[in-house]
Every structure is written in structure tokens, then in C-alpha cells.
Design a protein around this ligand. Sequence first.
Ligand code: NAP
Length: 495
Amino acid sequence: MVIHPSLLSRLKDQTLVVEAAKVGTEWQSWAQDGSRFDVTNPATGEVLASLPALGPIEARRAVEAAKRAQKAWAKRTGKDRASVLKRWHQLWLENLDDLAVILTSEQGKPLTEARGEVLYGASYLEWFAEEAKRIYGDIIPAHAENLRILVMKQPVGVVGAITPWNFPNAMIARKVAPALAVGCAMVAKPAAETPLSMLALAMLADRAGIPDGLFSVITARSGSEFGKEMTSNPDVAKITFTGSTEVGRILMRQGAEQIKKLGLELGGNAPFIVFDDADIDAAIDGAMAAKFRNAGQTCVCANRIYVQSAVYDAFLEKLSARVSTLKVGNGIDQGITIGPLINAASIDKVQDHIADALAHGARIVTGGDTSPLGPLFLNPTVVADVTSAMKVAREETFGPLAPVFRFETVDEVIAMANDTEFGLSGYFYARDMARIIKVAEALEVGIVGVNTGLISTEVAPFGGVKQSGLGREGSQYGVEDYLEIKYVCLGGQEA
Ligand code: NAP
């Protein structure tokens, strides 16, 4: 149980790295059976910290504490809840540098991206703190003279949250901010690879005056026991999950018994389409952002790049020139733009997609080789002449591989883009307005970026269609997931 000096020495406030979980009202350093798991730095392989491997007992205790805390929290005014959340937001910003260092150390992304993620996470807290004062109900004109009809919005209660490793700060921010704003409590489990970021936020929550028990962070070696407890515990009103479609399905099956409410932000297979009337330089900028941010490990990552025949060669040439300027390395070092992947399985998947594409007739334009920097580093790669028969067309690669497909017509590319069970995001570059409207309407996704590769913001609804999820996070729609609608019919009124 020693926090690695490479992490501690970079922090202004060393108390933000904790080797304990927040279980209800207490910070707990040990599991009952003493078991622990290590958090490692994917860039160096160093063990950063060791955490208690907690199980259903602790998760249950956290739910009991959450249930108690939630009742009192929901009674407080929206303005009061907003002021506590704003204090948390303020601390989040004041500790930006440390939160970013913790994030890069456990997740690997370049420090500038980590800072961007911390700010992005904080923006949700600010947005929903403001929204806490605006949870409006309705009065509906009644169907009889002696009746009045009220619609109340009430918090669902205790929410179980499960988040992935690719955005350890922002993914919990998108959940905990709206949940607490409307009067819910949350019991959360971070991914085993990246728990330190969420624990640091829980530490700041304590300092901000978030009531004890309202936000628990359960550290566990794997998510399955926690998922089972959340789906079977009758005191958990809702589960919000961000991660793979496969685990989303498991939670849905497990929650069926209690008709558990679910918010699911799942996998994607985003098309990125470049039409022949596009501004090619702008499309290259967009492709770089949508494809290579977080080394390609984002759910809205451009997974399939479709380029119209007339501009195919020019786009490929410019893309490969830009990709070869990316700098691979330890994200903590200055100037690095591509960090390590999260684990060996991720490396294997990208390499498998490259090998499969080559075996089926694609060619490498840039990269394709491993990096000498360490086992989790891969050189960013561009592969051309990709077809729908290849794995990259169907599976989420989740790595720094840009597969480029050629297409001829608008209808052809719409059909190709929609030929997937996923429907999170899609991007395209074009100038013709009729084409823009047609394609934006036709893409079967929850989020469309037109002439931009960056679409995430707290003010817009984020979420997918098809097998990419249920519900939306962010914007005024983001509070709906944490509210119940109650209709009150008032009889005996003066006619
Ligand atoms: P994952 O394997 O589904 O894991 C996500 C979380 O679920 C982790 O905390 C994991 O815990 C937990 N988990 C694993 N098995 C579980 C089970 N049986 N029951 C309950 N929880 C379980 O996904 P990932 O590989 O970490 O993340 C990448 C995926 O997330 C990609 O598909 C990506 O597209 C998606 N994603 C979607 C969004 C979105 O907003 N739509 C955002 C980011 C990522 P442990 O790892 O500790 O076992």
C-alpha cells in the first residue's frame, strides 16, 4: 500500500490520491477478506496504488447509506442543492492540474487531453447545478370542471452507476451531476483500471459538503458482482451504465426481474464521411480529432472513414501526412499526442483488425508497426482500400487505426454507414445544403457532426440509438433520466 512516487511527486495536493473506497459515510481501506488490486500506469507499467477489492456487502452498505441520505437531500430546495454542487464544481476547477495528472497516470491519455476532460467533466457539474433550480412540473387543463391535474417531477431515488476506463472523470460527471441536482443519491463503481480519478472526485465532494452517504465509490476488481447487486437490490431505483454493448445487455437481462430502469451509453461504430464537395483540409482536421483523440479509445471515435472517389487520393495523402506528425509516448511528457492503449487486449484487437484488413486486400499507408516505447504503445495507422467484408467495418476498433473506404454515391454511403447494429454518432463533411439535410436525416445515430469532428458538450443531449443505448446525458434532457413523473388528480374542486 504505497502510492508510487512518480505520481505523488507531480501533485500539489497529495491527499487527492487515496487507497480507499468511499462506502456510504466512511472511507474504507480494506476489504473484509483483505483482498486488494493494483492500479498501474499503462505508459510505464508502474503500480501506482493498491485498492480494496470490495464486493456486494460493501455495495449493499453503500445503498443503505444512500437511501438514508437521499431522503434528506431531496427535501432540500433546488437552490440549496445547486449551491453545494457549485462548491464541488469550484474545487474541481481549483484542483484541475492534479486531477489531470491523476487521470493521465492511470489512463494514459496526453496531459492536455486529460485537462480537457477534467474541464469537460466540470462543465456538467456547473450545468446541472444550475438546472437543479429548474425541475419544473406541469398543470394540465383537466377533463372535468371539478378536477385539477398536476404533474410533479420527483427524483427516482438511489442510482447505481458503472463507468468505463476511457473517460474516468467525464463519464461519472455526466451521471452524478444530474442525479444529485434533481435529488437522487448515487453508488458508483469505476473501471478497475482507472478508479483513482473518481476517488479524487469523491474526496472533493466531501470537502464541498456533499452529504455523507449521498455519493459512494465502490472499488472492485471486476464489475460483475457490483452489477448483480445493483440489478437485484430493490432499493436501487435505476442503473446508469457507460461501457460496452455486451455488458449493457447483461445488465438489461439481470434487471429484467425487477423492471429496473436503465440508462445505457454503449459502444459505437461511427461512420466519418467525406463528400466530394467537402473542404478537404477541414475534413482532415475533423478526422484527426474524431479518430485519434484518446488514441482512438472514445465511444464517438470515427471507426470507418468513407471518402468519395473524386477526393479519395487527395484525402488519403493529406491524412497520412498529418498522422505521421503524431507523437507517440508517455502522456505525461510534453508534446505527446498519442499515449498508450489501456491494456494488452486492446493492442491485440487493433492488430487483429489491421491483419484482417490486409488479408482481405487493404493496404497500409502509414504506421502498422508496434512502437519500441513499450508493450502498450502502437504507432497510429492508416489503412486504405478497406471494404465492408473486413472486421473494421463491423467491430469497434477502439484504437489508433484509421480505415479508409472508397464510395461513389450518396445513397451507397448512407447504406454502408447504417449497416451496423450500433448508432451512437456519425460525422460527415459536405457543402451542398440539400445533401447535408438528406444525410443528417438518414444517418441512424443519436449524434451527427456536420463539418466538425468534435461533438461533445454539456449543453447538448448525448446518447445513441439502435444497440448504442437508452436515454441521453447532458442538456435539459439529461435530467429526465433521474426523474419520475407523478400525475396528481385533485378532485372536489370548485367548478
Ligand atoms: P466494459 O467492459 O463494458 O466496462 C465498462 C464498465 O463495466 C467497467 O466499470 C467494468 O468494470 C464494468 N463491467 C464489466 N463487466 C460487468 C458486468 N458483468 N456487470 C457490471 N459491470 C461490468 O467497457 P470498457 O471496455 O471498459 O469501455 C469501452 C466501451 O465503452 C466501448 O464499447 C465504448 O464505446 C463504450 N463507451 C460508451 C460511451 C457512451 O457514452 N456511449 C462512453 C465511453 C465508452 P471492470 O472493468 O472493473 O470489470
